[in-house]
Design a protein around this ligand. Structure first.
Ligand code: GLU
Length: 510
């Protein structure tokens, strides 16, 4: 690659960052790292009406949580700053003026109300209004008004905008690194506003100017921006920057789990999974849940996201960030949308959870246990964690599934009792209590041996003893090996629970 790779993530602070946005940031990051380039965070906040307080901080916090780091940006500075468009206000006007002078843009004086009215007239005739080469000649702009009328308007301080003058009938062939050649005829496109009446540029102008001034080499962004590519291309051309125009890659959409349409916040609510990296408290008071607070590990989240739209071409599914940096390639990004699979997301988390050292998990879960008003030593918690972590998806699962270690069962699974315990097994249960009472080294292997031996000598099926015992200790038929449970509980606690269950069973109506 001849010039230095410089890529940017350019979110607008209009709300929380959707996981699709995180994926865009991730692919840019991987690409920058792989090519020893620079990764830049630019905040595109020229649309003041859609500005949401806290969104910028949320974006930074979320990406930091994910382990996506920037070399330059609004929060870290850098030689091409400022990196927030509202702080670059004075830069853009000269470029809009340059386009006017060249005849590539024009002033438009139509008010929002006037345009609305025209739009309605079109609708009434079942047509769609577009400010374009067909309509511009009958609207109020510097192409239809005289020079002095235009000057008077501008000098009087009345609002106006600057629009791009879309050329007529040019067949453009654009190149996208993922999609290949994209053809479009300019006659179908509208005259987008470049500069607004509030003195700020629109996204299109500010984005192109900043990409140019920040020497961006590759624009990697969501597919929703593909329709803007012809305009962006023409803007580079009109601004005489074609030679240094970045290369473009438009990423496929993230789709709903059933593949029908774009993944949205509502799918998350409806189907019970997060679509945002971290919790977001919406100004209307609603809480949007985040992967972080759900108990996703950042490494698992990143691994899952990386594979939504990209594949290594091998069977490998588990990738560390370093491996992703090595293996990532734009060529292997799929053209078609990537379906979000909440079960697969959980699977990734489970794989990563297993790898976390037990001591670390204890540290993560300690506050949660205290919140539940349970106080046990780290040693006990470590033993329990060791026994339970294999099956857990989230760290909290370890605690939620282990409550029986810390609290006596307050109910017993009656359905299981009816189905799996014969009234005659109760006699065995009492005998096993006394056997357990006499075990001197209360350690899982000895306990299990004693139970096995009892079953063998009395020729009883193992289940006939194990099931009542398990219900007595756990309350249900779930949990790890019985010997292990009993070892953790200790002899006295195990016996207390067994006695309580024997008492309960005396009155049980089978
Ligand atoms: N501000 C745009 C957004 O919010 C950036 C699009 C681009 O990367 O060009 O997605």
């Amino acid at each position: 690659m001849s010039k230095e790779v410089r890529v940017r993530f350019a979110p607008s602070p209009t709300g929380p960052l959707h996981i699709g946005g995180v994926r865009t940031a991730l692919y840019n990051y991987l690409f920058a790292r792989q090519n020893n380039g620079k990764f830049i965070l630019r905040i595109e906040d020229t649309d003041q009406q859609r500005f949401v307080p806290g969104a910028e901080e949320y974006i930074i916090e979320s990406l930091t949580w994910c382990g996506i780091k920037f070399d330059e940006g609004v929060h870290v500075g850098g030689p091409f700053g400022p990196y927030k468009q509202s702080e670059r206000k004075t830069i853009y006007k000269q470029y809009a003026d340059f386009l006017i002078e060249k005849g590539a843009a024009y002033y438009a004086f139509d008010s929002a109300e006037e345009l609305d009215q025209i739009r309605k007239q079109y609708e009434a005739e079942k047509k769609v209004f577009q400010y374009d080469l067909h309509t511009r000649t009958s609207l109020k702009n510097s192409l239809t008004l005289s020079e002095s009328e235009c000057n008077d308007w501008i000098n009087s301080g009345k609002p106006y905008v600057i629009r791009f003058k879309m050329p007529e009938n040019r067949q453009l062939t654009l190149n996208d690194l993922i999609r290949g050649e994209v053809q479009v005829n300019t006659s179908t496109l509208d005259d987008k506003v470049l500069f607004k009446s509030d003195g700020l540029p629109t996204y299109h102008l500010a984005n192109i100017v900043d990409d140019h001034l920040m020497e961006i080499s590759h624009v990697i962004r969501g597919e929703e921006w593909l329709p803007s590519l012809p305009l962006h291309y023409l803007l580079y051309e009109a601004l005489e920057w074609t030679d240094s125009m970045p290369l473009f890659a438009h990423l496929p959409l993230l789709l709903k789990p059933d593949g029908k349409g774009k993944l949205s916040k509502r799918d998350g609510d409806r189907l019970g999974f997060p679509v945002f990296p971290c919790n977001w408290n919406n100004p209307d008071g609603e809480l949007y849940p985040g992967f972080r607070e759900w108990g996703y590990l950042p490494e698992a989240f990143i691994n899952m996201l990386a594979l939504l739209g990209w594949n290594s071409g091998t069977e490998q599914e588990i990738f560390s960030m370093d491996e992703l940096i090595q293996r990532f390639s734009i060529e292997k990004i799929n053209k078609s949308g990537a379906r979000f699979d909440p079960e697969k997301a959980k699977w990734f988390n489970q794989q990563y959870l297993k790898k976390i050292p037990t001591k670390e998990l204890v540290k993560i879960n300690k506050p949660y246990l205290i919140e539940k008003n349970i106080h046990v030593s780290d040693e006990v918690l470590e033993t329990v964690t060791e026994l339970m972590k294999e099956r857990a998806v989230f760290p909290k699962d370890i605690i939620n599934e282990s409550m029986f270690f810390f609290q006596k069962p307050d109910t017993y699974d009656e359905v299981a009792i009816k189905k799996r315990i014969k009234p005659t097994s109760l006699a065995h249960f009492e005998k096993i209590c006394s056997i357990i009472e006499h075990i001197s080294v209360f350690e899982h292997q000895t306990i299990e041996n004693a139970i096995n031996e009892f079953c063998q000598t009395n020729q009883i099926g193992l289940g006939e003893v194990m099931i009542p015992l398990r219900i007595a200790l756990v309350g249900t038929t779930k949990g790890p090996h019985l010997g292990e449970i009993m070892e953790v509980l200790g002899k006295q606690e195990s016996l207390d629970r067994m006695e309580a269950f024997a008492e309960y069973m005396k009155h049980f109506a089978f």
